[in-house]
Design a protein around this ligand. Structure first.
Ligand code: SAH
Ligand code: SF4
Length: 343
């Protein structure tokens, strides 16, 4: 039997692969569909056919950081900035509840307008709707993460972006890889469900480092992993780079499913930007979560991490119906639970 098929079978059977074995799978291309199919079977076996929908609220595109890949970086003068007031954010969640969402992801740039007290107020109010709350607001101190947790936040998303320290520090000027890892370990210690993930296709990123990313996700005991292709943004220093490839992103995601069998894995929006069927392809290659946008109006367009973002002219109600239809057409169901990691 071919070596690659053997490795895929091994991963499916024992949920373990060495770094060298992951590299072999990522470098080959002959058995990509077999890999994606194996991840789909693992998804079905360990987390089932339900797809968890998280309503994404993009509440501020103001950011003090300067990540080279991101359109929200502080130095980008070509983006119109906005910041929603706490009560506006709570109102978006209230409407989201009426569309059926049981979880909200509150995401923003690193915007210091939102003090500890403001975030606590927002989380406490949204928790009154009996939903799970995920924060994705960047690097904070242990005390800040602790305060949010005490106010009721359930989960936190912060991607490591890449485990290649030199690449990370080149991509995120002024940020430290140690500090990023400190955030992840503090969040874990505080009892959050911890989400991380990486970008695929950063300039100078190697296959070896992608293999290390997957093993890192396992090592930190991540509860959720989001993997997305890097999409070059014309308003950033990386505008002329090539960007990530959907197939490689799906493969990294599929191996992540095989090795971290029971975690939650979103079909990322960036995948759909590269292919109109990208999220469905992801849901059939290991993913079990989708994060439809519940941000309203012009703000959707203005939250421009990368170009070609999907659904910028749609309403939250439309997105909910659209994704539900797509999920049902592939024989899956939309979960009506809060979608915590299956233990
Ligand atoms: N400021 C927070 C959350 C918002 S950014 C943070 O950085 O954690 C959310 C994610 O968007 C980042 O983790 C990054 O992986 C992704 N992202 C940013 N720019 C991107 C691009 N050009 N292509 C694809 N994903 C991008
Ligand atoms: Fe800011 Fe996050 Fe974009 Fe970095 S990735 S510039 S922290 S919004």
């Amino acid at each position: 039997m071919d070596k690659i098929i053997e490795l895929i079978n091994k991963a499916e059977k024992i949920n373990e692969l060495s770094k060298e074995e992951i590299i072999l799978i990522l470098q080959s291309s002959e058995f990509d569909q077999e890999l994606l199919n194996a991840a789909d079977r693992a998804r079905k076996k360990f987390v089932g056919d339900e797809v968890h929908l998280r309503g994404l609220i993009e509440f501020s595109n103001i950011c003090k950081r300067n990540c080279l890949y991101c359109g929200l970086r502080a130095s980008n003068k070509n983006v119109d900035r906005y910041r929603l007031q706490p009560d506006e954010i709570i109102e978006l969640a209230r409407k989201g509840v009426s569309y059926g969402y049981k979880t909200f992801v509150l995401q923003s740039g690193e915007d210091e307008f939102y003090t500890i007290d403001k975030i606590k107020y927002i989380v406490e109010k949204i928790k009154e709707f009996d939903v799970a709350v995920t924060l994705s607001i960047g690097e904070k101190s242990f005390e800040e993460y602790k305060a949010y947790k005490e106010s009721g936040a359930d989960r936190f998303l912060i991607r490591i972006e890449t485990t290649d320290k030199d690449l990370y520090e080149a991509m995120d000027p002024g940020m430290s890889h140690e500090e990023r890892k400190r955030c992840l370990s503090d969040l874990k210690a505080l009892g959050y469900e911890v989400g991380s993930g990486c970008l695929v296709g950063l300039p100078n990123q190697t296959i070896e480092s992608l293999a290390e990313d997957i093993l890192f996700f396992k090592e930190i005991g991540a509860d959720m992993i989001g993997i997305g292709p890097f999409i070059p943004n014309g308003d950033t220093p990386l505008k002329d780079e090539k960007g990530g490839d959907l197939n490689l992103s799906l493969k990294v995601m599929a191996i992540t499913r095989l090795l971290l069998k029971d975690i939650n894995i979103p079909a990322t929006t960036a995948m759909e930007t590269l292919n109109p069927n990208g999220r469905i392809m992801a849901l059939q290659s290991g993913a079990n979560v989708v994060m439809p946008n519940v941000t309203e109006g012009e703000y959707r367009k203005m939250y421009a991490l990368y170009p070609g973002k999907i659904c910028v002219n749609d309403t939250p109600a439309h997105c909910r119906g659209c994704i539900t239809g797509k999920i049902q057409r592939i024989g899956r169901t939309v979960s009506n639970t809060k979608g915590f990691r299956r233990k």
